[in-house]
Design a protein around this ligand. Structure first.
Ligand SMILES: Cc1cc2nc3c(=O)[nH]c(=O)nc-3n(C[C@H](O)[C@H](O)[C@H](O)COP(=O)(O)OP(=O)(O)OC[C@H]3O[C@@H](n4cnc5c(N)ncnc54)[C@H](O)[C@@H]3O)c2cc1C
Length: 321
């Protein structure tokens, strides 16, 4: 059976990988240029900067087995940096992708058809299955099975006509986070690899260069506090970047050659109030929805949601094929 998967983050690519193993032909769409979603990485110099989740925990049964079975060797590595401050449950360290976090989602995609830079603006039921339209309102094709694996507010835009799903998704709340990548030049700060703060502006600083094979020296990823990010959500990125650089210097120390590399706004960074079910699924419509926000706010939640949905699809649809 053919399937369209909207969203090439951990949840969408977990579904894609399980369906492919069962013989489905999945086409994956993402509005971004590559895979990863909130587990994305950007190239910088001769290496990479992870500007979404800097690392993740992998305590769930079957998660590490799944990743080691489905990823090329060496793409997942245990990482345990030095920590200062009290980490929340969604900030626990354990694993990173190598040489970048998005190597994990890229590895899960494998050779499956992928349409990057394609924002799905509309999905509609048609005589031959679900019709997907891009944001230029061009019809991209028909698929009997569609999986929506995007953050809750973006899922709601696609599913507003599916009353049963829309009602439930409306109860989910997500929160933003601004992040900035800062190069410290020649200087190494006396910061541990992961530092969390009770600071009005900065929540976490992660030493990107301490992770395996990032290829850059002295690059730090600074994550702003939730409330600060919310208050400055619509501010110009350059202004936000300068404020984050200023606060970084206050916490880490000033250096003449430190500089802001880029700033990124994650409008839907973390789940504030989850759905409370691992996924949404309608067997008659052949329409499924998954994502971290179904269960929580971690990469592990995204994986669990995608894996549970894929297992349900196989259990129900395979009997019909
Ligand atoms: C700054 C930051 C720090 C974090 N730190 C941690 C951490 O330390 N530990 C941890 O476990 N988790 C952390 N997280 C959370 C973690 O990244 C997420 O829980 C997880 O990556 C979500 O995966 P997902 O597949 O559910 O969604 P996403 O990764 O958001 O994937 C959804 C994809 O859908 C695409 N998309 C959206 N709308 C459309 C559309 N209309 N058409 C096509 N494509 C679309 C998006 O481009 C995206 O690629 C962090 C997140 C951020 C932003």
């Amino acid at each position: 059976m053919k399937a369209a998967i909207i969203g090439a983050g951990m949840a969408g690519l977990t579904v894609a990988s399980i369906l492919r193993a069962a013989g489905y032909e999945a086409t994956v769409f993402d509005k971004s240029k590559g895979t990863g979603g909130r587990l994305s990485s950007r190239s910088y110099g001769s290496g990479w900067i992870d500007h979404g989740a800097p690392y993740f925990s992998a305590n769930l049964p079957y998660l590490t087995d799944f990743l080691s079975e489905n990823l090329p060797a060496g793409k997942l590595q245990h990482w345990q940096g030095l920590i200062s401050g009290q980490l929340r449950s969604d900030e626990q360290l354990q694993a990173v992708g190598v040489p970048r976090n998005s190597a994990i989602t890229r590895g899960l995609l494998g050779d499956q058809p992928f349409q990057p830079s394609t924002r799905i603006a509309r999905i509609e039921p048609g005589a031959e299955g679900w019709q997907l339209y891009n944001d230029g309102d061009s019809l991209l094709g028909h698929w009997p099975l569609v999986i929506v694996a995007v953050p809750a507010p973006q899922a709601l835009m696609l599913l507003k006509d599916q009353q049963r799903f829309a009602e439930q998704i409306r109860g989910v709340r997500m929160e933003p986070a601004w992040v900035a990548a800062i190069s410290a030049g020649e200087r190494r700060y006396r910061l541990p690899e992961v530092a969390v703060f009770q600071h009005p502006v900065i929540r976490r600083i992660v030493d990107n260069s301490a992770k395996p094979q990032r290829g850059n020296d002295n690059v730090y990823l600074v994550q702003a506090q939730k409330d600060w990010s919310q208050q400055h959500l619509e501010d110009p990125p350059e202004q936000v970047g300068q404020q984050l650089l200023h606060s970084f210097r206050a916490l880490a120390g000033h250096s003449d050659d430190d500089r802001l590399l880029f700033v990124h706004r994650w409008r839907y960074a973390f789940t504030e109030k989850p759905l409370g079910h691992p996924f949404l699924w309608d067997k008659q419509l052949k329409l499924g929805v998954c994502g971290d926000w179904c269960l929580g706010r971690r990469v592990e939640d995204a994986w669990q949601s995608g894996a549970d949905l894929a297992v349900r699809i196989l259990a129900q649809l395979d009997r019909e094929i």
